[in-house]
Write a protein that binds this ligand. Structure first.
Ligand code: ZN
Length: 61
């Protein structure tokens, strides 16, 4: 039996199929929020160069 990675509740592959590997939409959102907080920190003072986009090349495709 697999467990919800958020609340450690046992998940059912049929009952919780919409939210697997989580047990519910709530846990899915909690995990998503934690992931976003951990990996998607907005760089506050990063001043790196942006990759140049060639608009001509873009439009000809
Ligand atoms: Zn859960």
């Amino acid at each position: 039996m697999k467990k919800c990675p958020v609340c450690k509740l046992a998940t059912d592959p049929v009952a919780h199929r919409e939210w697997l590997p989580f047990c519910s939409d709530r846990c899915r959102l909690i995990d998503l929020g934690a992931w976003l907080n951990e990996h998607h920190r907005i760089p506050s003072d990063e001043d790196g160069p942006h990759p140049a986009k060639n608009e001509d090349d873009y439009t000809t495709h």
